[in-house]
Design a protein around this ligand. Structure first.
Ligand SMILES: [Zn+2]
Length: 144
């Protein structure tokens, strides 16, 4: 199954389960996360209900020190509640799915392949556009 099919099925299920089109019935402060390890263990997309609307984003890594990191959540897009409440259920499902997939493709495009180890790496763990931090240490003598 491609990640597009996986993500589409998942978001359709969440829309029904949580009535994501409706502010009043939607998930409160919960964040719904979809990990997509079939692409990369660090590709995680989320949707959550914020005050201003339904938000979409991805999990990223924040390096607190060169050796310790913690996950952070980056909001990429959102749909205002007023927009969702004005439209038909079918239209809303299409709209939410489109924004969710857009967010996924955006994050996916940030992963770069390392020129030395050929691994796909999240931008937060890259030394530069073509080298991961491990290989930068090994090949360029960069000390973290
Ligand atoms: Zn590498």
């Amino acid at each position: 199954m491609s990640i597009t099919v996986h993500a589409t099925q998942w978001i359709h299920f969440q829309i029904k389960l949580y009535n994501l089109h409706s502010k009043t019935r939607s998930l409160k402060d919960q964040k719904l996360e979809l990990p997509l390890p079939e692409f990369h263990q660090n590709l995680i997309i989320f949707t959550s209900a914020a005050h201003h609307g339904l938000t979409f984003g991805y999990q990223a890594i924040q390096w607190d020190t060169p050796y310790t990191s913690c996950p952070i959540y980056i909001e990429h897009q959102s749909i205002p509640w007023s927009t969702l409440e004005q439209r038909s259920h079918k239209h809303i499902t299409e709209h939410i799915t489109a924004i969710f997939l857009e967010t996924m493709f955006y994050r996916q495009s940030q992963f770069k392949q390392c020129q030395f180890c050929f691994e796909f790496i999240i931008p937060e763990s890259l030394f530069d556009h073509t080298t991961c931090q491990n290989c930068a240490s090994r090949h360029f003598g960069v000390v973290y």
